[in-house]
Design a protein around this ligand. Structure first.
Ligand SMILES: [Zn+2]
Length: 400
């Protein structure tokens, strides 16, 4: 399928160092971005679908690096069915499992956690709710896992490991497990802050320094933050990416943001949601955090979009996250909400208003064109000006 979007008002790249792409058009084909900035007449003639964006803003689809995935589009913890489809309508095109800890009766023995990770990965490789891509099979680190286990898991395609929910007696017990997971090439993630599900997992600065995980999950608290004095220690004494989440502490999220900017390491700043959790099922969780970090700080909205897209893709080695030729054609069209005092998506975000979704593409396929059913209505609605495909791409329902 070959698709073009024309008359885009602003193209946000996902790269905070060069946040805008000049031009007004995007061409997608075979699931990838082919051209970003301009297209020619021959391109449009070859397209199955052409969309007039009516001046709205294009951004990479959000990559939520902290979603509580189980099996299927169902959250056992919140008894929520279909939440991932709604997250797509909120702008999330890729979800990374924060480990499958919410699976009812989840095992804690070595064979059990290995089997759970492999089963989750193999199921999610075949399932895309609403068109969203889900990366699951984040192995829960438990005492007893050996180098041979990690090598076996890696050979089966497991590339994510999670510390924080294991039956350890001290967080320092994770140090050798994280090292072994890293030796197998995995991206290691660690719970940060006060305890949540497991009472043994209050993990603070000294633990993070010893562990040297690739990503400090919810560094602003999930939901309880570590002591303030530990933030600088983690920033200076680890290389970990610092994930802030919607379900955490907003004051320490801002503290983290200002710290990474001051210390010139914004690449390490990731925005995720840590949902569904007790805080709720939040389809707009990503755009809400992007908006909060933009309007409460002195830093531009396009940087916060990068923290939810390109920065995450770099840390997790994904081919999405940027509007660049050759990258996955996962993108959103967003606009200022109808009735907002600011007339563009970026100005609205900076002023503290969430935006309206008006289209979502994953793997180059439109998942809806028109009004998102999980955001406010937009100022402008794109128009399909050419469609050689039999289906329309209207959203299935307009609920709010
Ligand atoms: Zn979590």
């Amino acid at each position: 399928m070959k698709t073009a979007i024309i008359n885009i008002g602003t193209i946000v790249s996902g790269d905070w160092r060069a946040p805008f792409v000049p031009g007004d058009a995007i061409l997608m084909s075979g699931g990838l971005l082919e051209k970003v900035g301009s297209v020619d007449k021959a391109d449009l003639e070859a397209c199955d679908l052409v969309i007039d964006a009516k001046g709205v803003t294009a951004v990479p689809g959000f990559i939520d690096s902290h979603v509580h995935i189980a099996f299927g589009d169902y959250s056992p913890r919140l008894t929520a069915v279909g939440f991932l489809k709604d997250y797509m309508f909120g702008g999330t095109t890729t979800a990374i499992s924060a480990c499958e800890v919410h699976v009812p009766g989840r095992p804690s023995d070595v064979e059990g956690v290995k089997a759970l990770a492999v089963a989750a990965k193999k199921c999610w490789d075949n399932e895309r709710p609403g068109g969203m891509r889900v990366h699951a099979g984040n192995v829960i680190l438990e005492p007893g896992l050996t180098d041979a286990d990690f090598q076996e898991l890696a050979a089966k395609g497991i590339w994510l490991a999670k510390a924080g929910f294991g039956s350890v007696t001290s967080p320092f017990d994770y140090v050798p497990l994280i090292a072994a997971a890293k030796r197998a090439g995995m991206i290691t993630n660690v719970h940060t802050g006060g305890a949540s599900l497991s009472l043994a997992n209050s993990i603070y600065g000294k633990h993070l320094v010893a562990m040297q995980a690739d990503v400090a999950f919810h560094v602003n608290g999930g939901p309880i933050a570590m002591p303030d004095e530990d933030f600088e220690l983690v920033l200076k004494e680890t290389k970990s990416a610092l994930q802030i989440v919607q379900a955490g502490n907003i004051r320490t999220a801002l503290k983290t943001l200002n710290m990474v900017v001051t210390n010139d390491c914004f690449d390490r700043f990731l925005i995720g949601t840590d949902t569904p959790t007790g805080i709720g099922v939040m389809p707009e969780g990503m755009i809400k955090s992007i908006t909060e970090m933009s309007c409460l700080s002195d830093h531009p909205a396009e940087w916060m979009i990068a923290a939810a897209t390109g920065n995450v893709a770099e840390v997790y080695r994904l081919n999405s996250g940027f509007l660049r030729p050759g990258r996955d054609a996962d993108l959103l069209l967003i606009d200022a909400a109808f009735g907002a005092p600011n007339k563009t998506a970026l100005a609205s975000i900076k002023a503290g208003d969430v935006t309206a979704g008006v289209a979502c593409f994953t793997a180059g396929i439109p998942r809806y064109i028109g009004r998102s059913r999980c955001t406010p209505p937009p100022m402008r609605i794109p128009e399909v000006v050419k469609n050689l495909r039999p289906q329309t791409f209207d959203p299935p329902a307009l609920l709010n």
